[in-house]
Design a protein around this ligand. Structure first.
Ligand SMILES: C[S@@+](CC[C@H](N)C(=O)[O-])C[C@H]1O[C@@H](n2cnc3c(N)ncnc32)[C@H](O)[C@@H]1O
Length: 212
């Protein structure tokens, strides 16, 4: 990445250009009620039961942000793409949610701390995922959690982050991690998939000020 106006990340995707049709994928736009309900159920199980402050990093068009807001949480979304942020703001108009243009690896959220850092399909695009995880731990309140929805997509030229690598990157943060496999749940994707898809929920045992 070069500077804050660069929306083409290390994986070479121009996310601004992708924004207009991003929601056409079933798991992006969650327009199919069965897909939407599948994600809503998973998200409910990953987030705290009480109303919480959720930071959705690389929020895209805000589809998960919207589910979180519908479940009573206060959402801050951050995305590097102004076009994505514009769509997220429209999608959550009137909700308890704010959206900022910025880098997920170092979000422009000042001294605010969160109960949850939620990241879906973004960590794999960052140049230094381990550094990002250490920074995100510092954004959590004590007892807060990282909810990381990631995977390895495609079989011919796979891209993504394997679960073993992600759990290894989380190990230095201490605390508890749990892995949930998502590949077998076709309702989440709107079709059968045979690649690696998963969520890691991590509660680091030493949350505190970021040292990054
Ligand atoms: C695959 S999309 C996922 C969007 C959303 N999390 C979802 O699950 O629907 C990746 C998103 O991450 C954003 N992104 C990529 N690199 C980023 C960075 N360094 N900082 C902030 N956002 C970034 C892109 O603009 C895009 O909206």
């Amino acid at each position: 990445m070069t500077d804050d106006s660069d929306v083409t990340g290390t994986v070479g995707v121009d996310w601004d250009a992708r924004a207009a049709d991003f929601d056409e994928e079933p798991d992006h736009g969650l327009r199919d009620p069965r897909v939407r309900e599948a994600w809503a159920g998973r998200l409910r199980s990953w987030l705290p039961e009480r109303a919480s402050d959720v930071l959705d990093l690389g929020c895209g068009t805000g589809s998960l942000s919207l589910l979180a807001a519908e479940q009573g949480h206060r959402v801050t979304g951050v995305d590097r793409s102004p076009a994505m942020v514009r769509l997220a703001r429209e999608k959550l108009a009137g909700r308890d949610a704010v959206f900022l243009v910025g880098d997920a690896a170092a979000p422009p959220t000042g001294e605010r701390r969160y109960d949850v850092v939620l990241v879906r399909h973004v960590l794999w695009t960052l140049p230094d995922p381990g550094r990002a995880l250490r920074h995100w731990r510092g954004l959590l309140r004590p007892g807060g959690r990282l909810v990381l929805v990631e995977g390895v997509w495609g079989t011919v030229s796979p891209v993504g982050i394997p679960v073993d690598l992600l759990t290894a990157l989380l190990a230095p943060l201490g605390g508890r991690t749990s892995v949930e496999r998502l590949s077998d749940d076709a309702a989440l994707w709107g079709r059968v998939v045979d690649d690696e898809r998963y969520t890691v929920v991590a509660v680091p045992d030493r949350p505190g000020p970021s040292r990054e």
